[in-house]
Design a protein around this ligand. Structure first.
Ligand code: XMP
Length: 517
């Protein structure tokens, strides 16, 4: 089944991905392409029901600035230009854009002057509405066929429309939450103007993905490395549904997982899903290799290299496979336009635990390549994966090793696991787990003096860390109630022999990173 689709041409805005997020949330499948990689035949083959031109950092008033492919305006499809997208659309269709002294950044208000299909049921004529702007240039002369439908102080043509050709341009950013009703305006464009049905659901995706996996894999064998995280778990469950026992999962247990995690992976995949699973307990090997290693990068390298080695060893024992499954997500494969809007494109590569086994000559099966993280979670629920896996906080590939500054030993890892488990248990009990991006404990390489009962103690100190974030790139400290923190500290010191002091890390990212190493 072919879903209705919208094409987003990227001109390099920081928030282009948010356009895709908003569309997907309203059940519309969409893809982001660099404006420079969209020849007419490629667009026709994609068969979108409409096209959105994103914002971007360039200025239409400067010579070599990016342009939408002319075909975009000749295909009879609805087009929505946002910010730079509006400006280039106006300029390309015979209007004018000028530099302005009145720049608008952040919150602004528009006044709705005319009814438009874009505003239907959302904004009424005469209303004053909050939007989010970020522009210096503005459209100053309408292209033929257009009329002004909303104005703002800094943009007399804040929204323009040619209802006959179904071309719309907005100076503000509807994809940003600070534009109140922005999602509803985008929905008007995709559903009312373009006629999308909103048929992109994880239930329908699941059926299509299973067909595609079967077509790709045929009678071949697939191996999939499980990490305990949500992406590899969902990829494995989906592939298993498609090809059953042709799939074998390999779980390399480096002994640096959180409390109960390895048991849960085995329980879920082997016992509940009946998936062929190789559980390799390689903790002696990893902890042995980490002996005496204190430098954070050296730790990562040691674990990464060893991981690939062990994975290859297990894979060879299986007698080989034609396909390697990966939980690569859409944000990892989007080609975004560089900040200069130039032709260079940045393509992020995906690195799973320890990196790809590069030497392997296997073809990749990546059934999540089209999905955002929250869609992967929804698909995981659809497939019946337990909530503990689907909703789990991110966990770094090198595991607890980078939460134990200094040398890693089994004793320290055991100690840290206990502290971490208490912290997470209390967070869950308080109903805060889903409000936090990541929460964990760090075992500090210092001992401090304490007093318990009538005796002196001289034990480890630990730090707790909890942050909010949307993508891990920036993070804020989670503002726990102090009573919550003192309660957790009490439990830790009372229940974990060997730890006598608890601190809370109150550093945001930047300047700190989320992990300590
Ligand atoms: P930092 O510490 O760089 O972490 O602020 C950002 C996010 O990335 C995770 N992280 C990793 N994930 N392998 C991974 O798979 C790694 O080596 C790794 N290092 C950090 C971290 O947990 C956070 O979510």
């Amino acid at each position: 089944m072919q879903h209705d689709r919208i094409l987003i041409l990227d001109f390099g805005s920081q928030v282009t991905q948010l356009i895709a997020r908003r569309l997907r949330e309203s059940g519309v499948y969409c893809e982001i392409w660099p404006f420079s990689h969209a020849p007419e035949e490629r667009i026709r083959a994609f068969a979108p029901k409409g096209i959105i031109l994103s914002g971007g950092p360039a200025s239409v008033t400067e010579g070599e600035s990016p342009r939408a492919p002319e075909a975009v305006f000749r295909m009879g499809l609805p087009v929505l230009g946002i910010c730079y997208g509006q400006q280039t659309m106006a300029a390309q269709l015979g209007g004018e854009v000028q530099r302005s002294d009145h720049r608008e950044f952040g919150r602004a208000f528009v006044e709705v002057r005319e009814d438009s299909a874009l505003f239907q049921g959302v904004w009424a004529k005469g209303a004053r509405e909050q939007v989010w702007m970020s522009h210096g240039d503005r459209v100053t002369k309408l292209p033929p066929g257009f009329r002004v439908v909303a104005v703002s102080e800094g943009a007399p043509m804040a929204a323009i429309a040619d209802e006959a050709r179904r071309f719309y341009g907005v100076q503000f950013h509807p994809e940003v939450v600070h534009t109140l009703h922005g999602a509803a305006l985008l929905r008007n464009f995709t559903h009312a103007v373009c006629g999308c049905r909103g048929d992109w659901t994880m239930a329908s995706y699941r059926a299509g993905a299973i067909e595609r996996i079967r077509a790709q894999v045929g009678a071949g064998r697939v191996v999939c490395g499980l990490s305990g995280g949500v992406d590899s778990a969902v990829a494995a469950a989906l592939i298993h549904e498609a090809v059953g026992d042709q799939l074998t999962c390999i779980y390399v247990d480096h002994g640096l997982m959180r409390a109960g995690e390895s048991e849960q992976v085995v329980r879920t995949f082997r016992d509940r899903f009946n998936i062929r699973l190789v559980h390799r307990d390689a903790s002696d090997l990893f902890l042995g290799a980490l002996r005496g290693v204190t430098d954070p990068e050296a730790k990562r390298k040691t674990i990464g290299c060893l991981f690939v080695e062990v994975f290859e060893e297990e894979q060879a024992k299986l007698g080989g496979a034609e396909f390697l499954a990966q939980g690569t997500l859409y944000p990892d494969v989007i080609e975004s336009v560089s900040a200069t809007g130039g032709p260079s494109v940045t393509i992020k590569s995906h690195h799973n635990v320890g990196g790809l086994p590069e030497g392997m000559r296997m073809r990749l099966v990546e059934p999540l390549r089209e999905l955002f993280k929250d869609e992967v979670r929804a698909l995981g629920r659809e497939l019946g994966l337990p909530e503990e896996i689907v909703g789990r906080h991110p966990f770094p590939g090198p595991g607890l090793a980078i939460r134990i500054p200094g040398e890693v030993t089994r004793e320290k890892a055991d100690l840290l696991r206990k502290v971490d488990a208490i912290f997470l248990e209390e967070i869950r009990r308080a109903g805060l787990y889903d409000a936090i991006w990541q929460a964990f404990a760090v075992l500090l390489p210092v001992r401090t003096v304490g007093v318990m009962g009538d005796g002196r103690t001289y034990d480890h100190a630990c730090a707790l860390r909890a942050v909010t974030s949307t993508d891990g790139m920036t993070a804020d400290v989670y503002p726990f109630d102090v009573h919550f923190l003192t309660g957790v500290a009490n439990r830790i010191v009372n229940e974990v022999r060997g730890v006598n002091r608890v601190t809370y890390d109150i550093t945001s990212k930047p300047p700190g990173t989320i992990e300590w190493e």
